[in-house]
Write a protein that binds this ligand. Structure first.
Ligand code: FAD
Ligand code: NAI
Length: 509
């Protein structure tokens, strides 16, 4: 009986201690300590962007070593892997955004952030020109930021390959605003299709949801959209259920080219079961406001152009260079052959430059443009910058010690300083040992709808390919784990539960 009483007391005390600890954690998170201001006597490190590459760098960077300035038109980090879920309201967009100011105020030394677009990098003058392109402008809305060191992490923009009508008529899926526009357009198409006296052909057109690009963005979006229809739309608007249709158009012979054959087949089979049409070997050549013109092989093998009417058109055909990157490439002779992004060496230094690095989708380092690559590059660069600062610190200490040794009054004092120098030289050698950047591929994951996902996971020296509902739970746990903050994790879990219990919100705002 006494044992039970003690067990009860111990449990009670541990629970109180646990709650107090969690409470302190929350208080500390809300009230971080004061930060020393940026130190202009230190080297100015300018970081362009607040995406995967730049934020992974800032996360691990010891900001006490540099005078850090961040420039980006987006004052938050966006967890892109869950963006397709925001297009249909499975997840609310704010759940996958993390304000950059909240993150920066937890750094050791303060970091200057400017909400602006970098419009030009002048490598000769070592300055970046920045522009406030927001709605509210002050007296100054364009200025320049000098740098000693520059990290370019501006990502990429949507590729259209110059196909006429794409920019004017389709929606992209890269930013939060894109997801909101898609969510509204889906509902607009559905409500307009149910407008009184609408003709059957027009109803069919309005309810035809076309996705161009069978890469992971297009596949994940098509899967989410069909889920939205199956679980919510057809119950809330039963009159659309016979005409709502999703089509995925891809120029290559199959979708998801980066996945193994087995998972490609699995995805195509799942889409067929879900009544999503996949049109492979079909290349879109022209886009108007009501139909796309696509080229494919006819029954006799000859190329035919077909008009495919649509209500919603989502364009997901990959990445193109941002204007600032194009302009920078033109300034550097060593970059003259760069087509897909800034060519970097194995230390992520932009070829032909000194003290300029590039990370993520704007850099070409022989890896796919993914969040995984961008975040590993950012983290590696932070480690290198931290080491560089340590190296400089040790080198100046060594310089002082050599002066001290020269001025030493006798041999005994000289020997004592000599020992100190030896110790520091050993430390310096250790610190300087930083190898080139090496990417570790952990695998590829994609959600394909109907609570199924596909995964190609690197395991020891081999590869595991899996698809299905179990993989979907793995996908969910992996992404919850990868979310930027605890706040994001909690919000995403609440959204998942909310859409399961109450259904997705179909209001158009
Ligand atoms: P981004 O994350 O795009 O960040 C670029 C930053 O630069 C932004 O903050 C932007 O505002 C800023 N910027 C832009 N122009 C300027 C300028 N002129 N001056 C200053 N700043 C500027 N990858 C995966 O590995 N797994 C996934 O599951 C996955 N899912 C994805 C889903 C979707 C819908 C999309 C679109 C992409 C997905 N990706 C995924 C790819 C991944 O998001 C990108 O590879 C990654 O975002 C690249 O990181 P980045 O830092 O180079 O660029
Ligand atoms: P992508 O480049 O992977 O795929 C674009 C597809 O569009 C290609 O298959 C291409 O053949 C097709 N295409 C191009 N022009 C066309 C046309 N005119 N008509 C028809 N089809 C056309 O682009 P995506 O999906 O936007 O991905 C960009 C990057 O982000 C990739 O590196 C990808 O791996 C990564 N990503 C990863 C995800 C994941 O791991 N789950 C999710 C989303 C993106």
């Amino acid at each position: 009986f006494r044992f039970l009483r003690w067990t009860w007391r111990l449990t009670y005390i541990s629970a109180i201690a646990g709650v107090a600890y969690a409470g302190y954690g929350v208080w500390e998170m809300r009230n971080p300590g004061d930060q020393p201001p940026p130190d202009p006597s230190k080297k100015t490190l300018v970081v362009l962007g607040t995406g995967w590459g730049a934020v992974s760098l800032l996360k691990k960077l010891d900001t006490e070593n540099y005078n850090v300035v961040v420039v980006s038109p987006r004052n938050y980090f966006l967890f892109t892997p869950l963006l397709p879920s925001c297009t249909v309201g499975t997840i609310e967009h704010r759940s996958i955004m993390e304000p950059i100011r909240n993150f920066l105020r937890h750094k050791k030394a303060s970091v200057q952030y400017y909400e602006a677009e970098a419009t030009k990098i002048d490598y000769e003058k070592r300055v970046v020109y920045i522009n406030d392109d927001s709605e509210i402008k002050g007296d100054v809305s364009a200025t320049e930021v000098p740098f000693d060191m520059l990290v370019i992490g501006v990502g990429a923009e949507n590729a259209t390959f110059g196909i006429p009508g794409v920019r004017e008529n389709s929606l992209f899926l890269k930013e939060v605003g894109d997801a909101q526009r898609i969510r509204n357009r889906i509902m607009d198409c559905c409500e307009t299709a149910t407008f009184k006296d609408q003709s059957t052909d027009e109803v069919k057109r309005l309810l035809h949801m076309v996705v161009v690009g069978g890469g992971p963005t297009g596949v994940e979006f098509a899967g989410e959209l069909q889920d939205f229809f199956n679980s919510d739309l057809k119950k809330w608007l039963p009159e659309i259920k016979d005409n709502f249709h999703v089509t995925l158009v891809e120029a290559l012979p199959n979708v998801l080219p980066m996945f193994s054959k087995q998972l490609i087949d699995y995805t195509e089979k799942t889409f067929k079961e879900e009544t999503i049409t996949i049109r492979t070997k079909t290349m879109v050549k022209n886009v108007t406001n009501k139909y796309i013109e696509a080229e494919s092989a006819g029954p006799d093998g000859k190329k035919v152009i077909e008009k495919i009417p649509y209500g919603l058109l989502v364009w997901a055909t990959g990445n193109a260079l941002r204007p600032i990157v194009k302009d920078f490439i033109n300034q550097i002779p060593a970059q003259k052959d760069s087509r897909r992004g800034l060519a970097v060496n194995e230390y992520l230094v932009v070829k032909g430059c000194e003290n300029v690095w590039a990370v993520g989708d704007c850099a070409v380092a022989n890896y796919a443009p993914t969040a995984q690559v961008a975040s590993q590059e950012g983290t590696w660069l932070a480690r290198m910058f931290n080491q560089m600062a340590k190296t400089q610190e040790i080198e100046s200490e060594l310089k002082l010690l050599s002066e001290k040794q020269e001025k030493a009054p006798n041999k005994e004092a000289r020997d004592a300083v000599f020992d100190e120098i030896k110790g520091l030289q050993k430390r310096l050698r250790r610190v300087k040992q930083i190898g080139p950047f090496e990417y570790t591929h952990n695998g590829s994951l994609a959600y394909i709808g109907s609570e199924k996902a596909v995964a190609d996971i690197s395991w020891w020296s081999g590869n595991i390919a899996s698809g299905g509902t179990l993989t979907y739970f793995f996908w969910k746990s992996a992404y919850i784990n990868m979310c930027f903050s605890t706040r994001n994790r909690v919000l995403v879990c609440i959204d998942w539960a909310k859409s399961k219990v109450f259904g997705r919100d179909v209001s158009r705002v």
